[in-house]
Structure formats: structure tokens, C-alpha cells
Design a protein around this ligand. Sequence first.
Ligand SMILES: [Mg+2]
Length: 272
Amino acid sequence: MLTDKHRCENIFNDLDEIEQQLSKRKYANLFLDFDGTIAPIAPSPDKVKIPAETLGILEKMCEYKHVFVAIITGRSFSDIKKIIPIKGISFAANHGLEISGMKRGEFIPNVSQLVRTVKKISDDLNKVLLTVPGAWVENKSLTASVHYRTVPSSHIAELNRLVGEITVRYIEAGTIKLTRGKKVIEIWPNIAWHKGKAVRWMQKNIAKKRASNVYIGDDETDEDAFKVLNPALTVKVAQDVKVKTEAVYYVNNTTEVRFFLQWLLEKLAVLK
Ligand SMILES: [Mg+2]
């Protein structure tokens, strides 16, 4: 059983139990974060590569008619579709704001206004952040990301100050909110939506019903999905096992995620 006594255990210690759980259902839903989960983190997002073996596993997984596979990512829809050009795979991009099969901005009151606001903020940030080496702004249409993975630590305070200066009036007006990921500040519409709600939407509308659910992620934003899905096969990718997480299991890195997916591919093959 996936109970409290297993709380955040190394997944490879419990494969027999997991196999037994999976065999109770005919269908499975596999939800995967992208950066830091199935693809190793790189100095900048455009340098991130998904290993060919992992892509191959996902391709085979998508051929199983009884398995639903989705990538749940902070990347934009157009970006992630190019990186994972697999037929039959679904996406929840922009941290779940843009989902395969969902009308763009279904949960955002005024999409065109938001797109204009995000563009204005991105343009203004691009101008002021010229003084911060390594910082760059990615306009993802419904959201924007300020990346600072390669910014020297001596410039982080300056970066935070400038982001605050440009965004404060939008935050005070209730238009946007800021969230933090790994070496990234996300500029978000001020709405109650997150990866967990995106996963719920997918379960209701496009995923398999009465299925086992598997979710693997490494980010703070994945915690919302863990919470929504538990008790399920939720897996945190984390080097530090003491990291606070809602996930039931952990793996250490993206290589171990691949080992687990390979194992899962074999086990799901016999579900039918
Ligand atoms: Mg991630």
C-alpha cells in the first residue's frame, strides 16, 4: 500500500509493491514534468536536451492504447511541442495554463489583455536587466520567466530589485503575481490555477478513467500536483532526501527517472 509509512521512500526499494498496485488497474496515466525530471538541467533552457533513450521510452509508451502520457511543464506550448515531437502525447504547458485539447485561456478572464501586459513587462524587464549579466527574460505569452541561472550571486539582489520595480504596479493592481522556481522568477496572471488543477482538468477531460496515476517532478510547482493526486504513485526528483515534499517516493536524478520509466514501460505492457 502507498501509505504514510512509505512516505518519500526511494522508489527502487518498493518496485514489487508498485507492480502489484499497477496490476489492479487496466489503465494508467503518466504525468511528467520536463526540466530536471526527464531532461537534465542545463545553464540555460535552450541548451537542455532530452536523452534519446528517454524520448524512445516515451514514444513506445504513447503506442500503448491503455496509457495516457502527458508532459506538465513551465515551458511554452510551442517550445515543448518542438522538443518532444511525439504523436499521441499530451501537454500542459505554461505550468498548466495551456493544455492540449483545452481552449486557450479557458481559465483566464481576459486573455488578449494579459498577453499585452506580459509583453509590456517582458520588454521593460529586458531593458532594465541589461545591467545584470546573465539575466534574460522569456516571454511565453500568458506568462514570462526571468532566468538567472548564470547570474553571479553578487548581482542577484539587483535583479530582484529591478524585477520588483517593474512589476509592482501590476501586482498592486491584482493583474499579476510572482512565483519562484529554480533560478527563475515566473510572472503569472493572478488567478488560482496551478499544475495540480491542470492535472485534475486532464483527468476529467482527456486522461484515462479508473486508471493508476503516476506523476514525476522536481519542482516546487509539482507539489500542487502531488497533493491533488495522492494517494498515487507520486515521485519527487531530488538529490536531498530530506527535501520537504508531498510525494510518496523519490529518485535522485534524471538518470534514475529514465531507469524507472524503462521499468514502467515493461510493467505497463502487460496491463491489457
Ligand atoms: Mg522541473
